[in-house]
Design a protein around this ligand. Structure first.
Ligand SMILES: Nc1ncnc2c1ncn2[C@@H]1O[C@H](COP(=O)(O)OP(=O)(O)O)[C@@H](O)[C@H]1O
Ligand SMILES: [Mg+2]
Length: 262
């Protein structure tokens, strides 16, 4: 058990596995075979701390999306171990993985992926409905908190087409947060947004970590976006080159250049 008192609440789903929301050991992922084989991940070892905002950076093709998908149970590694919320994903069949994701994992995509015929409010509660959870008691309290933290209270009746890009991505984040998952993965969540909307979305992601105790892991190739995170994982050629804890801007720039920090 941890003896330190966190400055923000630790998510209940992570409580059985103090300190770590997700773990990878010796993770490899090969796409295709023979001469066409692409080694997207070449042995990733990583511990993602709970209650932190971690950015994953690295050049295009370095394996960022593949890593996120393997950690989220959306892709199956070729070898190695993934644990999320203290549970090993290996050995779960498709049904078990689907149920596990529904309960423990949130995902935010670059393209928002909202259902256009549903209102913002209906999109947000969809994961609860799929899980058969009713919008009452603590579930309702969580829903209301998420909606307020993301500033969506007066937008719930709008359809996605009636919202700006930044608002749509905030709805997608609310949808990912509403089930109180152990970890939220966001793959280039500001990739389709202008700089003002990006800053807004990144600010809300950070608030979800600070105020809701959420664990967020975000792929980005933008230094400005990574600056919102607590920690930064730098990938290169399918492996973790650096895992920087609370880096200064100078340390981050140096690590991305491949230089020694300190
Ligand atoms: N489904 C796939 N089939 C074949 N190659 C893939 C597939 N997905 C990714 N790759 C390859 O794996 C490598 C890592 O890709 P990706 O994880 O998308 O990197 P990143 O997100 O860092 O740009 C790249 O060389 C990419 O072309
Ligand atoms: Mg990618």
């Amino acid at each position: 058990m941890t003896t330190t008192t966190p400055s923000h609440p630790v998510p209940a789903a992570a409580a059985g596995h103090p300190g770590t929301a997700a773990t990878a050991r010796g993770l490899t992922r090969v796409h295709g075979r023979g001469d066409a084989a692409v080694h997207a991940l070449r042995g990733v070892d990583l511990d993602l701390p709970a209650g932190r905002f971690t950015a994953v950076m690295g050049p295009s093709g370095s394996g960022k999306s593949t890593l996120m998908h393997c950690l989220a149970g959306l892709d199956t590694p070729t070898s190695g171990i993934v644990e999320v919320a203290g549970r090993a994903l290996a050995g779960m069949d498709d049904t078990a993985l689907t149920l596990f994701r529904r309960e423990h994992v949130g995902f935010v995509f670059q393209a928002f992926n909202l259902l256009p015929m549903l209102s913002a409010g209906q999109n947000i509660v969809l994961p609860l409905e799929l899980a058969g959870r009713r919008l009452t008691g603590s579930v309702k309290e969580r829903h209301d908190l998420v909606v307020d933290v993301l500033g969506l209270r007066d937008r719930l009746g709008h359809r996605p087409a009636e919202l700006s890009g930044g608002q749509q991505q905030r709805v997608a984040i609310a949808r990912a947060l509403v089930t109180e998952p152990a970890i939220v993965f966001a793959d280039e969540p500001t990739g389709n947004l202008d700089s003002a909307a990006s800053a807004e979305v990144l600010g809300f992601l950070r608030r979800s970590v600070r105020e809701l105790g959420q664990t967020v892991v975000m792929v980005t190739h933008e230094l400005d976006a990574a600056a919102y995170a607590d920690d930064v994982v730098v990938l290169a050629d399918g492996a973790v080159r650096r895992h920087l804890v609370d880096p200064t801007a100078d340390e981050l720039v140096a690590a991305l250049r491949g230089e020694q920090v300190r």
